[in-house]
Design a protein around this ligand. Sequence first.
Ligand code: NAD
Length: 475
Amino acid sequence: MKTITTHFINGKFVESKGKEILDLINPSNKKIIGQVTLGNEEDARDAIRAAKEAFKAYAKSTLAERIHYLQQLHDAIAARADEHIAIRAKEYGGVYLHSQASVSGAAKVFLNMKKSLSEVPFHKKLGQAEVMLKPVGVAGLITPWNAAIFMICNKVAPALAAGCTVVIKPSELSALQTQLLLECFDAAGLPPGIINAVNGRGDVVGNELTTHPDIAKVSFTGSTAVGKSVMRNAAETVKRVTLELGGKSAHILLDDADLEKAIPFALTAGFMNNGQACIAGTRVLVPEHRLADVKAAFRKAVPNLKVGNPTDEDTVVGPLVNEKQYNRVQSYIRKGIEEGAEILIGGEGHPEGLEAGYFVKPTIFVNVTNDMKIAREEIFGPVLAVITYKNEEEAIRIANDSVYGLQGWISTTDPERGKEVADRIEAGIVMVNQLYDLYNDAGVPAGGYKQSGIGREFGVYGIEEYLQTQAIFEK
Ligand code: NAD
């Protein structure tokens, strides 16, 4: 059992001033595997002070220095990739394939930022003015538990590239994963105070970051409900805000879709990361006349997905993160039944033989209408809602009939048609027939429309979130 009693402040692991202790539980067997001491407001203020002090020098660092630090951070994380994957399975239930991509993505984001940094127009002559891009100041980074270290790295990298110093408030449910990452940050050998991190609750440490006057920018990834309160808090001191929030993305199977490809794609899009993915395609829109074939294809494919031990390399769906999430998903399955949807596969309870952990049955509902709760609300588990449509217009209308707009998914044998439909989907990213590798170095922006968020991450777009312009007129 590992005990974490420290935060990472000003280049050192310092004992927590907060005293509350939280048990860390392995979701595959509900055993306690560690404990973390949660920080209080004072810990948060210490970290903000360190970041503010470090900002004075770091804001003036050269691009060469930043590039050097980004490389060091990449190397330090990559060197311990296997440990990151192992602890992600143990603390979170992350299955091997997803963890491998997520961990290598977390390291790679630092390399990608080196490339993107060279594309940022830091100086520009406009008319009589010189326009410069300058770091906004100390950034507060608040992250969720579902891709813990990737989410942290995907904020730290652009913030540091821009010249900001940071205070991280990771999810309290990911303390073991965070600790290993902080050891990597420490090993990277950056000057003290550039990266700081405080474990703690959202309403304590998170709240301090969103209200403290010395935090210039908050980048938050998490639920839409908390995101709204972050924005309200940040308004008081007019902080810059990036919000990466929830989703209820539609996967449109166009009437020409090849089900041999579209059904496995729908399962990948829907059940990735044990169904705990903001971008998951959880509403599967199917042409009415192809419903029988779609049902048969799901019935055939789902039993072949291995649910179980996340460390087995062939496991597709592992456990949910904790008891709260397990109960939440069960309650949505009950709501679906109560609202009149029909369970095609799965349902309430544990899969047979997996009663010891927070495992749920991959579940597919049919006879769903878009006004049902299971079609409107983010469930965050391996539960798909199949909704039928009469024609393409109706499919697009249903896809866009959501408060969310994070992602769209389309299956078709005609890529041109897929692109035309994608153009009409209200979402930050639309994937036509493919699971695009977000971790590549092209710097493609990701982020939400509507209540899925504000701002963008990745590439130059991601760095710009941490910059502000200054125009100097000189005679
Ligand atoms: P959450 O909103 O409960 O918590 C996210 C973070 O915010 C945690 O660190 C939490 O401690 C902190 N927090 C909670 N209350 C706070 C407050 N009052 N002030 C400041 N911080 C506070 O989300 P979660 O349950 O950890 O993660 C799941 C959610 O994250 C899902 O809704 C998912 O869609 C979303 N998500 C979005 C993206 C994206 O890129 N759009 C990516 C991953 C997850």
